[in-house]
Write a protein that binds this ligand. Structure first.
Ligand code: 8IG
Length: 277
């Protein structure tokens, strides 16, 4: 089943959808909930939303679930939880993102999305911290993702799997989010491989090709979510102006600080949006 890493996803002979199905069984056992309706991946700055969505009925380390990796980064909590909303909907909150730059391959990157799908989820909410290209976006601004440009050169799809990505970030769900906060702006998310931030020239390129947000996650996850037939809502928290847009150098600390400051506001926004789903 698995090679020396102990993760079955690292064995090319393993079917990633079977691993996701085993992971969904683990989640059903650990939560006592055999079907989740919504999944929410928490990126930098969005962590407090989980408490506001509803009542947490189970919390456990992601490492107890088949195929999940240890978190690479402090500030990325490796926890999964099951939350019951006031409307009676079950939300799987994923605080355990595996990033592409970790170098474990795209199967591990999208495993949480495929697991959510196997757990019955139909609505996938993806959040991240990211750099902003629009000058009007100050650090701490939440924005909707309207579309993406995948600059990783990779894909979660294997073989001749031709998948339509029109309306990947559901217009219906973006409109619904704007009924909660009409001031929400939106933009095109460019996924770079990372982990280095962009050069100013790369940010100018992203802007020229139609990008407004630069990040290191989400696009590959959204592709996998679409493959699984889920409806997708994407939010970026602009934690910094992209390189060259601001004059000062980027730092991870700046990202953490902006996230911390914006957290109460964006978490309540996210909770209200999820309440309306
Ligand atoms: I937070 O400026 C965060 N993540 N690629 N560029 C990229 N990813 C990011 C950035 C950024 N800020």
């Amino acid at each position: 089943m698995s090679d020396t890493t102990g993760n079955p996803l690292d064995d090319p002979a393993t079917d990633p959808f079977e691993v996701a199905s085993a992971a969904a069984d683990d989640i059903a056992r650990l939560t006592g909930v055999d079907h989740h309706d919504i999944a929410l991946t928490l990126g930098s700055g969005w962590g407090k939303a989980a408490e506001l969505i509803g009542e947490t009925t189970a919390t456990f380390p992601a490492t107890e679930v088949t195929g999940f990796s240890q978190p690479a980064l402090e500030g990325h909590v490796g926890t999964l939880r099951s939350v019951l909303t006031p409307k009676g909907r079950r939300v799987l909150v994923i605080g355990a993102r595996t990033h592409y730059y970790e170098g474990h391959g795209v199967r591990r990157v999208v495993h949480s999305v495929r697991t959510a799908a196997a757990a019955g989820v139909r609505t996938m909410v993806l959040t991240n911290g990211a750099g902003g290209i629009k000058h009007t976006w100050k650090p701490g601004t939440p924005v909707l993702i309207s579309d993406h440009i995948n600059l990783t050169g990779d894909s979660p799809l294997e073989g001749a799997t031709f998948i339509d990505l029109t309306d990947l970030y559901s217009l219906r769900l973006r409109d619904l989010a704007r009924t909660i906060d009409p001031s929400l702006d939106e933009g095109v998310y460019c996924q770079f491989r990372g982990p280095q931030y962009e050069t100013p020239a790369e940010v100018r390129m992203a802007k020229t090709i139609g990008g407004h947000i630069v990040g290191m996650s989400t696009a590959l996850e959204a592709i996998a979510a679409r493959q699984a037939g889920m409806e997708i809502l994407g939010f970026s928290l602009i934690t910094n102006m992209a390189a060259g847009i601001q004059t000062t150098p980027l730092s991870h600390q700046e990202v953490i600080d902006a996230g911390r400051e914006a957290e109460p506001v964006i978490s309540s926004l996210l909770a209200r949006v999820i309440g309306a789903l």
